[in-house]
Design a binder for this molecule. Structure first.
Ligand SMILES: Nc1ncnc2c1ncn2[C@@H]1O[C@H](COP(=O)(O)OP(=O)(O)OP(=O)(O)O)[C@@H](O)[C@H]1O
Ligand SMILES: [Mg+2]
Length: 249
């Protein structure tokens, strides 16, 4: 087995320069991770880069479940970094599930659309169908918060998200699930999302002196000796770059 091959069988490289150095080479294969952060912290960009580079650099297909933004906006955001999702979708290397449009009463011409009212079993069926078609290795759910509001009750949110993360695991997917937080010091919105995932990455967009800085920490990662520091990151024209050896504050 080559070096890259043996790393890929155990660890899933993120495709984000500087990130894998923080956590022994990347995510554990088949596990689910929460990417938490306030609005604008960079969660969607982080997850898009994970999927796009997954295809381009590691030959791993990916599924993006969009509950917050319509797929056309996701494609447009990705294209700002020079990432052409549409071509990869045409080649069956990326699939985007539109779980946003019908929720807000808009029609959708997307290939994969979730109908209203939201139903976790229906979403899981769609993921299984896509999995048969594209044999994905990576998945993004953006966001658990919006699914949580559709589900309503906190006890039910925990069970439904657990069902989602276990299904993703059984399908062999290594997944990133985003979570929108509103207050500093929080890591989840409903207080349960961290219990159904194997790790938590927290992204910040904090004011330091007279400007805002993007930073990130690996808050928890089961089975991994990870950095316990808060690291600055940059959003470059080619995507996110983390500075693993620079500290903030
Ligand atoms: N091309 C770019 N160059 C530099 N910074 C950018 C670029 N595109 C986006 N950004 C930054 O990324 C931020 C948005 O990132 P992203 O959409 O990933 O955040 P998010 O955490 O998903 O937010 P939300 O919770 O609102 O969905 C912008 O507010 C901006 O600061
Ligand atoms: Mg987002």
């Amino acid at each position: 087995m080559g070096e890259l091959e043996s790393t890929l069988s155990r660890r899933v490289p993120s495709g984000i320069p500087g990130f894998d150095e923080l956590c022994e080479g990347g995510f554990l294969r088949g596990r689910s991770y929460l990417v938490s952060g306030t609005s604008g912290a960079g969660k969607t960009n982080f997850c898009l880069q994970y999927l796009y580079k997954g295809v381009l650099e590691y030959g791993e297909s990916g599924i993006f479940i969009a509950t917050e933004e319509r797929p056309e906006h996701i494609r447009a955001n990705a294209s700002m970094f020079g990432w052409d999702l549409e071509t990869l979708e045409d080649e069956n290397l990326i699939a985007i599930i539109d779980a946003c449009s019908t929720k807000i009463g808009l029609p959708s011409n997307e290939r994969y659309v979730e109908i209203k009212p939201f139903d976790m079993n229906s979403l899981l069926d769609t993921i299984i169908t896509i999995q048969d078609e594209i044999d994905a290795k990576r998945c993004v759910v953006d966001s658990t918060t919006s699914l949580g509001f559709l589900i309503g009750d906190v006890g039910k949110i925990r069970i439904e998200l657990l069902k989602l993360s276990i299904t993703l695991e059984i399908l062999g997917l290594t997944s990133l699930l985003t979570c929108e937080i509103t207050r500093e010091g929080e890591i989840t919105r409903f207080g349960v999302e961290n219990f159904v995932t194997d790790g938590v990455i927290v992204m910040y967009y904090k004011q330091v002196n007279n400007m805002r800085t993007h930073t990130l920490e690996v808050y928890k990662m089961r089975g991994t000796k990870h950095s316990t520091k808060i690291h600055p990151y940059e959003i470059t024209p080619n995507g996110i770059v983390i500075h693993p050896y620079e500290e903030v504050f």
